[in-house]
Ligand binder design. Sequence first.
Ligand SMILES: *Cc1c(COP(=O)(O)O)cnc(C)c1O
Length: 494
Amino acid sequence: MSTITPLLRKAYSSERFQEQGQALLAYLGTYLSDLDAHSTNPFAEPQQELQFWEQLLKNEGGQGKAAPLDQVLERTVHVHQPKYMGHQISPPVPTLAFADQLSAVLNAGMGVYEMGRAGSALEQVVINEFCGLLGLSVGAGGFLTHGGTLANLTALLAARASRWPGETEVWETGQTDAIKPCLLVNEQAHYCIDRAVRIMGWGAGGIRKVPSDDQYRIRTDLIEATLAEAKAEGYSPVLLVGSACTTSTGSFDDLQALAKVAEKHQLWLHVDGAHGAPLAMSAQHRHLLAGLEQADSIAMDFHKMCCVPALTTALFFRDVKDSYRTFHQQADYLLNFDTEDEWYNLGRRTFECTKQMLSLRVFSLLFQHGPQFLRDYLNRVCALGQTMADQISSRPDFELAIRPDCNIICFRYTPKLPQMTAPQLDHLNQLIREQIVQEAEFYLVNTRLRGRYYLRCTLSNAFTEDHHISALLDKVASIGNTMQSLNTSLGRLR
Ligand SMILES: *Cc1c(COP(=O)(O)O)cnc(C)c1O
């Protein structure tokens, strides 16, 4: 009897593949043409959700049925909905999903050229194209990686390798008392920088958080003092990290000023441009990133402001040679780490070994729509940011945290009641958000700025209109108003 069982044959059947694929395509096509039929982010408590899926597997599992993809769709956030104004993910151009389909079926590993021939070459093409679009200098290069978090960690490792090259470096000896590296970064930076520092074993003293100004940009005037303080404590500053932009408020650090300090003190300059780096492509917004080309490394997500499915991130190096120095170990069965410029064996430079064919998504976008599509998109969502800021400013019961630089807007509902304390105001806004999330028509998130609770929107959907924004603000005001009257009568607010 053959050990190729019917179960094995069934799972790999091409008929099943076509049947389910066509059904899904029809289903998603209808979905995209009728988004209004779906609330923006259907709400359920985590425990409820867990039970639903456990039950489903118990009752219907093992029957060879199509996976319940329609159920996933009904129970997940809808970033294509114009009322989605939550975290920074962009609604992907739907046809890019086909790149993922192809890539998932082929499962080309991409760690080495031989396992991902087209994908590796496409990656080089895409990287070179974006070096040009972002205005980086000749000699720049890089690679794609799974997410900004990993790109930032990889950049920090590259900076460390450049500071202590060869035999003496931490890579060989491990972290010793003789070497206490540290970096400087805006206190408002994304938490993954802090995490990367600790992963590298630099400890809490390895991250020096520089205070931010009233626009939440790094206080460049405090950098010299922070450097001196670190050195006095026996630390060796290795790099400066610029935020372009910060996550909470979308504020852009002054990269030119950072480049100046980095040069003076021979520090590596890394720019965390996970969210905002694409704006360098737009003539209207390029000024926010002045100095970008002076950075030694830049992380840029394609899934936040380039409409590509997550996770897709580029890590650029001003001098591409630096990208070959990060990882030194031998893996004789797979990679040769001795020769430089082996651009096509990507695993030499990336944290990942096996990697998805990320390049096909970005290449497909450029191939189908060209860079002008991205400029139109970037200009559109930033214009929406200004619209929302204007609307908030014109409402007496609202406070705008700062005038936005891009498409991230922080604000709160502030009824003019003298008896409301700051914690009560925080609590009121928290309750407003909770109710909006439970109603599920809109989706927005929150943050804390200088300890205070703010509502936070990222306008990443090009089809969000002014009236969607005013409808959200009306809702915030109406819920806020009801809650606050309840408070007066019931004393509900903490
Ligand atoms: C989103 C973000 C990150 C994290 O990127 P992921 O792709 O989610 O891993 C890092 N830095 C900044 C500034 C971000 O906005």
